[in-house]
Design a protein around this ligand. Structure first.
Ligand SMILES: NC(=O)C1=CN([C@@H]2O[C@H](COP(=O)(O)OP(=O)(O)OC[C@H]3O[C@@H](n4cnc5c(N)ncnc54)[C@H](OP(=O)(O)O)[C@@H]3O)[C@@H](O)[C@H]2O)C=CC1
Ligand SMILES: CC(C)(CO)C(=O)C(=O)O
Length: 291
């Protein structure tokens, strides 16, 4: 039996947990903030239903083989409280979050046992334990021992696991998609807004800043990325909500710093200005959660 704890059973955590639970050799515990009894995930391959063990208090947790952290980036301190109970010297920790700072959010962990995961699984949470996974999607991890063990956990699942020897580039390419999502969060309009040429041009401009800073950090990003990102939004179902837009609608804090602010912050290290991403992060912060 592989003991797995999923910390944060929201849109991504619940989707991933549902697939992990479907493998009988996995002993899966959900570590949540809001309790629920039934986990129901609508996946492109059909519904996955289960009644997993759900803990809400770190004090009740025991060490496991794998911790899968899938909270928002700003909830990293809450994850660390769970890790104090869930992780011992043999535990691996996978960080399923957006942004490019997966490892630096958890400096206390042994680098060899951390798997930073680029998640491309569009999913929406409708109620605690009730999630719609829009696409089967993929997860990209470094092609090292820990990354390969993480991928093996999903061998039975429909989620595609990609191993890469250039995780930095994968993370920045995903950040390019996410930084453009600020336009959805600021206007409160779903993916369809990318068909508006003025909005699309703003998305491209945000991505151009991301490309400049990402390249300075060492990522190999294509010149076509700004157009590719807009094409991706245009190809998505018009009503899809990205997670930062969903956060605003739900009255939650947003990941603006991890998705836009980071481009301005890291840009400063290289003398590259990223005023549009700085503005997006500032407006999302000052705009705060909707009432
Ligand atoms: N949704 C998506 O389509 C995608 C999201 N991502 C990224 O994945 C990450 C997770 O996003 P997403 O799943 O959308 O987020 P959600 O807000 O849907 O889920 C986060 C979950 O973490 C829980 N949580 C917060 N603090 C704690 C804590 N201390 N202990 C236990 N649970 C806690 C929340 O609890 P509560 O229920 O109480 O709020 C919530 O259920 C983000 O970095 C996001 O950017 C990446 C790709 C796609
Ligand atoms: C762009 C998307 C939907 C891709 O999985 C995402 O990362 C998010 O909603 O945060």
């Amino acid at each position: 039996m592989t003991r797995i704890a999923v910390v944060g059973a929201g849109a991504v955590g619940a989707s991933v947990a549902a697939w992990l639970i479907a493998e009988p050799r996995h002993d899966v515990t959900l570590c949540t903030r809001t309790p629920f009894e039934r986990l129901h995930v609508e996946t492109p391959a059909g519904p996955l239903d289960s009644h997993p063990l759900v803990l809400t208090e770190p004090a009740d947790a025991q060490p496991v083989d794998w911790v899968i952290a899938a909270t928002k980036t700003y909830d990293a301190p809450g994850v660390s409280r769970w890790l104090e109970r869930l992780a011992d010297a043999g535990t691996h920790v996978a960080i399923l979050q957006n942004g490019v700072e997966h490892r630096s959010r958890f400096p206390q962990l042994d680098r060899a046992r951390v798997v930073p995961v680029v998640v491309d699984i569009p999913a929406e949470r409708h109620a605690p334990g009730m999630v719609v996974q829009r696409r089967t999607g993929s997860m990209t991890v470094p092609d090292d021992a820990a990354g390969r063990s993480f991928a093996a956990l999903f061998a039975h699942s429909a989620i595609e696991l990609r191993l890469t020897d250039d995780w930095l580039t994968a993370a920045w390419a995903k950040l390019a998609v996410n930084c453009a999502g600020a336009i959805n969060a600021l206007t409160l309009r779903s993916a369809e807004i990318a068909h508006d040429e003025e909005a699309a041009e703003l998305m491209r401009a945000l991505v151009r800043e991301c490309v400049a800073v990402g390249r300075a950090e060492g990522a190999r990003l294509a010149d076509t990325l700004p157009d590719d990102v807009v094409a991706g939004y245009r190809a998505a179902p018009g009503d899809s909500l990205n997670s930062i837009h969903a956060d605003r609608l739900a009255g939650r804090q947003t990941e603006a710093d991890a998705r836009n602010g980071v481009i301005a912050r890291l840009g400063e290290r290289h003398g590259i200005d990223a005023p549009l991403n700085r503005m997006a992060a500032t407006l999302l912060k000052l705009g705060g959660p909707l009432p």
